[in-house]
Design a protein around this ligand. Structure first.
Ligand SMILES: *Cc1c(COP(=O)(O)O)cnc(C)c1O
Length: 398
């Protein structure tokens, strides 16, 4: 949980991503952030040790608690989200579970949505109820229902927008206003949007969460998670993490730092690629429906336009004729990994039916509005002409 004194207010996000957290001279004048591969830290004398231990002097004690490389990663996310404080975790799920288990106590109630990330839904349905936390999951885009449930009283409103896999979008300003009326803490999973496209703290959210494994790292080669926002809340979550040990490793932190430097460039290219591909697919005769918030046909396009500055790199589409056609198409793509996850420089594609929503029955998927022929696609930074040729060819094989 570090914080520099520099004021980043008038600095653009691409510059922030490169420079924030990196303004101090590093070991031996290194220009790049060193990977501090040290579990423990030594001191000149006992007095210095004592001053660092009680927080009077800046420094580190033990890498489960803090580490200089990890600090730089946290600072970059803090600055990009315009947050007061940030703390990091080994994975996105560690960030989410640490947040929920820190802020919710037995007898309290959390309101959220049915379309949360699979792991988050498991926490809501399987783990939190065991600790006598009341959980109400609303229809994701039913703003009236969410407002009504929040008004009944809750400790926490947990949102995620856009959602997985059909890219539903919730009106952050409206729902955060409802939560403030009952004094609820608002947490937003901003993984799909990234701070380049959406800043929930500006709409009054208390905390923002990222799976850094996705767009922040951006190369599908390191895992991590981060929570940023109000300092007192971040501090209490950090304190729980110090004890339960879901700490981000220095090596992974370095990979995430290296990745995040190009976040703005990548996301800009991904926004553009995704929008162009969505438009191309929407006009294609083999395609039944495209789910992308940047399309005017999208259910929540107006909300997305209001609160996002770009529509992101993830989309979903369904093919006419069902799952056999999905197989044919996916098997004929050249520049796309058939793989789970998202936010990488390379295009990743796969059907929710066998990835994120494999545990559900056909009926349950239908209830969530997930067609059997649905394909989720995270567009990479490849050149659009090649992506289009690739998709055109794969679709021609059906
Ligand atoms: C992947 C993901 C997570 C979980 O992150 P991990 O790093 O895999 O633990 C949480 N929320 C969203 C929206 C995600 O896409």
């Amino acid at each position: 949980m570090s914080k520099e004194n520099r004021n980043w207010e008038n600095i653009k996000p691409g510059t922030k991503a490169v420079w924030s957290g990196e303004t101090e001279p590093f070991f031996e004048g290194a220009t790049q952030v060193p990977i501090v591969q040290s579990v423990t830290y030594g001191y000149k004398n006992v007095d210095e040790w004592f001053d660092i231990a009680i927080g009077k002097k800046k420094g580190h004690i033990y890498s489960r608690n803090t580490n200089p490389t990890v600090d730089v990663f946290e600072e970059k996310v803090r600055v990009l989200e315009n947050a007061d404080a940030a703390t990091s975790f080994a994975t996105g799920m560690a960030a989410i579970s640490n947040t929920l288990f820190t802020l919710l106590s037995p007898g309290e109630r959390v309101v959220s949505i049915k379309d949360s990330y699979g792991g988050t839904s498991k926490l809501f349905l399987e783990f939190l109820p065991r600790f006598n936390v009341g959980v109400k999951l609303c229809e994701t885009t039913d703003h009236d229902e969410i407002e009504k449930e929040v008004a009944k009283g809750c400790k926490l409103l947990y949102l995620e927008t856009p959602t997985n896999p059909t890219l539903k979008v919730m009106d952050l300003e409206r729902l955060i206003t409802a939560a403030k009326k009952v004094g609820a803490i608002v947490v937003v999973d901003n993984t799909f949007a990234t701070p380049i496209n959406q800043k929930p703290l500006e709409f009054g959210a208390d905390l923002v969460i990222h799976s850094a494994t996705k767009f922040l790292g951006g190369h599908s080669d390191a895992m991590g998670g981060v929570v940023c926002g109000k300092e007192d809340l971040v501090k209490s979550i950090f304190h729980f993490r110090e004890i339960n040990g879901a700490t981000l490793d220095a090596n992974s932190a370095y990979m995430l730092i290296r990745g995040i430097k190009t976040l703005e460039l990548r996301v800009r290219q991904q926004n553009e690629n995704a929008l162009r591909l969505a438009e191309f697919l929407e006009a294609h005769p083999q395609i039944e429906k495209v789910f992308y918030p940047g399309l005017e046909s999208h259910l929540n396009h107006n909300i997305a336009k209001k609160q996002m500055t770009g529509f992101g790199g993830v989309m979903a589409f369904s093919l006419k004729g069902g799952f056999e056609n999905v197989k044919t198409m996916l098997n004929n793509l050249e520049f796309a990994h058939l793989a789970a996850s998202l936010g990488s420089v390379s295009t990743l594609i796969g059907p929710p039916k066998v990835t994120s929503h494999v545990e559900l029955s056909e009926v349950e998927r239908k209830q969530l509005g997930i067609p059997e022929g649905l394909v989720r696609c995270s567009i990479g930074i490849e050149n659009f002409e090649d992506i289009k040729t690739d998709f055109e060819f794969a679709l021609s094989k059906i």
